[in-house]
Design a protein around this ligand. Structure first.
Ligand SMILES: NC(=O)c1ccc[n+]([C@@H]2O[C@H](COP(=O)([O-])OP(=O)(O)OC[C@H]3O[C@@H](n4cnc5c(N)ncnc54)[C@H](O)[C@@H]3O)[C@@H](O)[C@H]2O)c1
Length: 421
């Protein structure tokens, strides 16, 4: 038998959740397949005068609850199936948070590190030229993802406005503040996870001072370290792609952030402030209360999940625990706060950006934080209660929560075929 595809693996979560709900089979049939995936070949002029082409996609997985929403990734390994899987996750993430969106995703198969800044700008504008009839402020709203950033979103929003011949900032989120971006977007993903852990601390047994290990010390990893340390928790281990560092009394975060800002690995701080070297893999098994995967997919799996000593795993990364890893953690009574809830602070503040663009009135950062906190606590509490009532993992509970909202919307839309023939 062939290996299940990436999307088939993701759909296992849908089947798991469906067992706990009495929903129409039509709903599952609708959610099993993306509504539409468009492929385009982008041709751009390189700096040396030659022309080069790149494959690209945009998937609108499901738009029952509103316009589709999801990032655009620039990556050499991107392919249609990965885009569809990520769009499926976005469908559930937006439903978990009750944002008025469906799920989408886009990608260009490219290694942007091999392109000049001008070439990346031409590629970004060419993506919008190819997909301008698919995206739109009330149809499909892109955002940054792996190897894309606010500068690229600014170029894309500008290109779209030129094509439709009017100022249309709500077509894309994650823009620079000068072009209609929102305050509070930079640390939104980590802050959402932080509000969630703080709110459920009593239930999770995390109400005292915690020891924390963080895998991946990029945007999400550095912000969660800063926020948790601010509450007096000890960050005892962090890692990046080159290795890790450990200090049982708490790492020196300023030292680590200075190293990253200078383009160095966290490993460059070994020997200073009591920092000891730790292999990237050893981080998973560090003695701690909270483990935060904030790097890549599939990092906690069948081969290393048994090593986890933390009571709680906060998934700031997308898909960091494999289904086998999940089963092992559940057996060890480790609570996993799943990605579609734990890292949804990012898309929630993207939603705030879209609302601000549409209303033309901008909120201060305190208002953004207060609104994000309210939503994380409300949805986190509802999901926690489902997991307790049904005796299921928090991940399955999050899917149950999202699926019941999706099912309600799909049923409310009705199906025309009932009235034909
Ligand atoms: N930034 C956001 O708003 C956001 C929103 C939702 C989800 N996420 C997810 O969070 C994760 C991290 O995103 P980010 O924006 O912080 O990315 P980033 O590129 O800023 O940081 C990723 C970090 O992971 C490290 N890393 C790579 N391979 C590693 C390995 N094998 N072991 C340990 N560390 C490793 C990198 O060195 C880097 O420090 C991704 O899965 C992303 O999809 C991010």
């Amino acid at each position: 038998m062939s290996e299940p595809s990436q999307l088939e693996q993701a759909l296992v979560r849908l089947d798991d959740a469906a067992q706990y709900l009495n929903i129409d089979p039509d709903v599952i049939e609708k959610l099993k397949f993306p509504r539409e995936t468009t492929q385009a070949r982008l041709m751009i002029r390189m700096d040396d005068g030659s022309r080069k082409s790149f494959l690209s996609w945009r998937c609108r997985y499901d738009d029952t609850r509103g316009p589709t929403k999801g990032g655009i990734r620039f990556h050499p390994n991107s392919n249609a199936e990965e885009v569809e899987t990520l769009a499926f996750w976005m469908t559930f993430k937006c439903a978990v948070m009750n944002l008025p969106y469906g799920g989408g995703k886009g990608a260009v198969q490219v290694d942007p590190r091999k392109l000049s800044k001008a070439e990346i700008e031409r590629l970004s504008r060419s993506y919008i030229q190819a997909f301008s009839r698919i995206i739109g402020p009330d149809r499909d709203i892109p955002a940054p993802d792996v190897y894309t950033n606010s500068m690229i979103m600014g170029w894309m929003a500008d290109e779209y406005s030129q094509i439709v011949d009017r100022y249309e900032p709500a077509v894309i989120t994650g823009k620079p503040i000068a072009l209609g971006g929102s305050k509070g977007r930079d640390d939104a993903t980590a802050r959402g996870g932080y509000y969630l852990v703080r709110h459920l601390a009593g239930e999770l047994g995390c109400d005292g001072s915690m020891k924390v290990a963080i895998q991946g010390f990029g945007n999400a990893g550095q912000h969660i370290a800063r926020l948790l340390a601010g509450d007096g928790h000890k960050i005892v281990a962090v890692s990046d792609s080159e290795g890790g560092v450990y200090c049982e009394f708490g790492l020196n975060l300023s030292l680590l952030m200075e190293a990253k800002a200078a383009g160095k690995s966290v490993v460059s701080t070994v020997g200073q402030s009591g920092h000891e070297a730790l292999s990237a893999d050893a981080l998973i098994g560090v003695e701690c209360d909270l483990l935060v995967p904030a790097a890549l997919e599939d990092m906690i799996h069948q081969g290393n999940a048994e090593l986890v000593k933390a009571k709680v795993v906060l998934e700031l990364a997308n898909g960091p625990v494999t289904p086998e890893g999940d089963r092992i953690l559940a057996k060890k009574n480790v609570v996993v706060l799943p990605d579609i809830l734990a890292n949804a602070g990012g898309v929630t503040v993207s939603y705030f950006e879209w609302v601000q663009n549409k209303q033309g009135y901008y909120w201060d950062v305190e208002e953004i934080h207060a609104r994000l906190k309210t939503i994380m606590e409300r949805e986190g509490r509802a999901i926690w209660n489902i997991s307790q009532e049904k005796g299921i993992t928090v991940r399955t509970a999050a899917y149950v929560h999202a699926l019941s909202r999706l099912a309600e919307a799909i049923e409310a839309h009705g199906t025309q075929s009932f009235f034909v023939s």
